[in-house]
Design a protein around this ligand. Structure first.
Ligand code: HEM
Length: 237
């Protein structure tokens, strides 16, 4: 049986030789769980179904994300449907960008593989030591923007914009209530690239993601906000 049409075997398994992964923790987790083909080559319908059923994203949002990805990266598949190759998402400057929360910048290191030291940095920015709130994510995003700019590196504004949308997606998908994302869930998803159980059925909308992305951008950038002040303090350490 071909890799593309391989059935989703149950259970988590990291990528095996020849299987593709991306700089996106969500798509990698879905592939590791067999929610999209483990090969890392998926159709729009497979991407949408996995995002809706495993991550709790609304069909409208899942379809928008999958459509945008396939418009930019789609390749002919084995059937009539075009497919997304996860490894194509590593191309720097398209969707992949500087100042990621969990990956190094392309000019400085590996922009595809998770960097455990960056995960520890992110988790250490939890103010209450138990969860990542929207405020913590605003701080973390700002810390990464400024780290990326060190040494005079020009960080494209697109990196800032896309980064806030991703941080918002992370918050909306992984938080189980107003207290935010538990550090255990964050570690599971971002470090091990495994989808925590019980995230389905929330219908996360485009509006929710947009609203939280704006909040992250404002709180991280406005000097009078605590998140921006905490980012400055974290960078001094
Ligand atoms: C078809 C759908 C999707 C595509 C094509 C996609 C693509 C990508 C790409 C290319 C990156 C790398 C950006 C970078 O940091 O340089 C990324 C990062 C990210 N994605 Fe996705 N993504 C999708 C869906 C999702 C969903 C549903 C979530 C929900 C949790 C998500 C969460 C994230 C997060 C949190 C990051 C940032 C990781 C970091 O900053 O280190 N993505 N995504």
């Amino acid at each position: 049986m071909s890799k593309q049409s391989e059935p989703a075997a149950s259970g988590w398994q990291p990528a095996q030789p020849g299987e593709q992964r991306s700089p996106c923790p969500a798509l990698n987790s879905l592939a590791n769980g067999g929610d999209i083909p483990r090969s890392g080559i998926a159709t729009r319908a497979q991407l949408v179904s996995a995002m809706v059923n495993r991550l709790g994203v609304s069909t409208a949002l899942a379809d928008k994300l999958a459509k945008a990805a396939l418009e930019q990266f789609g390749k002919p598949g084995e059937g009539s449907e075009p497919v997304l190759h996860l490894q194509d998402l590593c191309q720097h400057g398209k969707l992949e960008h500087d100042a990621s929360l969990t990956r190094q910048d392309a000019h400085a290191g590996d922009n595809a593989k998770v960097d455990p030291a960056l995960i520890e940095q992110l988790l250490s920015l939890s103010k209450n030591g138990q969860t990542l709130t929207l405020d913590d994510l605003a701080t973390a995003h700002q810390v990464r923007m400024q780290q990326s700019a060190q040494g005079g590196h020009q960080v494209p504004s697109k990196a800032g914009f896309v980064g806030t949308v991703e941080a918002s997606l992370l918050y909306n998908v992984l938080s189980r209530g107003p207290q935010g994302i538990s550090l255990a869930d964050a570690r599971e998803f971002l470090l091990h690239e495994r989808v925590p159980e019980g995230l389905s059925g929330r219908g996360i909308s485009i509006g929710q993601v947009a609203a939280n992305a704006i909040t992250i951008a404002i709180k991280g950038n406005l000097p009078l906000c605590e998140s921006a002040r905490r980012a400055k303090d974290a960078l001094k350490k």
